[in-house]
Ligand binder design. Structure first.
Ligand code: ATP
Length: 252
């Protein structure tokens, strides 16, 4: 079967500084692919290159089409959606208005479709429904992440790309986040998940890539990678790269 997303020899950087050195990856329709790696490995750079937010070399095919030269807006219209690490919500607008704006990201969606999407998102995240009139800026970290996911779903993405959705969340909320991601897949949403939380990412994904210094150093089925000694030593042990702010974030 043709992959939903296929990047080949993708390179990107910032001026003269190269941050991503010719990586290749695929995301299969209906599955989760994860990308794990330490700080500064190039994970965000990769997502921005895939979304067309950064100039890149190499090629990107999506849903059978070459999207390499398309703008970010055209990629969004084609069904690629990126939830950035910053979540980028409108803090002074209500939960509901943030969601509705998500649907406007894809201009072709009509009013009926927007209303259905809103019902679906509220069905998936009852807490957002309870708080539909609350200002987004007053939500908790977990609720903000749910809203960011809900807003992305409003644009009916064919592929959801997520940049560290567990970042900054309390352990129980991290667990809930991974459950939400898994549920989305069960409902047919294809996902490219970038995470420092390697344990959680490997547990929910079918395929995984380890990115270090802008290169894919390992890739394969997630269950195989989670048994690979190099992955265990560097990413799943109690020590290793995953020290952040004095906390080990390897466990969801
Ligand atoms: P993190 O988990 O810390 O977000 P990451 O794997 O997402 O890390 P990137 O943010 O993609 O890594 O950064 C890859 C490299 O590119 C790093 O060396 C970083 O310093 C550099 N970099 C990122 N953004 C910029 C920028 N706007 N200008 C210059 N260099 C940048």
């Amino acid at each position: 079967m043709t992959p939903l997303l296929e990047a080949n020899a993708l390179s990107a950087g910032y001026g003269a500084v190269s941050a991503l050195h010719g990586i290749s990856l695929i995301v299969e329709q209906g599955l989760i692919a994860s990308v794990v790696g330490p700080n500064g490995a190039g994970k965000t750079t990769m997502l921005n290159a895939l979304m067309g937010l950064l100039p890149a070399k190499g090629s990107v095919r999506f849903a059978g089409n070459d999207v390499t030269n398309l703008s970010p807006e055209a990629r969004l219209e084609a069904g690629l959606c990126l939830i950035t690490e910053k979540r980028e919500l409108f803090g002074t607008m209500s939960v509901e208005d943030n969601l509705i704006l998500g649907a406007f990201a894809r201009r072709k969606l009509g009013r009926k479709s927007r209303e259905n999407s809103l019902d679906e998102v509220f069905g998936r995240f009852p807490r957002l429904k309870e708080r539909r009139r609350q200002l987004a800026g007053t939500l908790s970290g977990g609720e903000r992440q749910m809203l960011a996911i809900g807003r992305a779903l409003m644009s009916k993405p064919r592929l959801l790309m997520m940049d560290e959705p567990s970042l900054g969340l309390a352990p129980l909320i991290v667990e809930e986040m991974f459950r939400v991601i898994s549920d989305l897949k069960d409902d047919g949403v294809s996902i490219l998940l970038v995470e420092q939380n390697a344990r959680g990412a490997l547990a929910v994904s079918e395929r995984a890539y380890v990115l270090e210094l802008g290169q894919v150093v390992l890739d394969g089925p997630s269950d195989e990678l989670s048994r690979d000694k190099r992955v265990i030593d560097a990413y799943l042990g109690t020590r290793g790269h995953l020290e952040r702010n004095g906390q080990n974030v390897a466990r969801p």
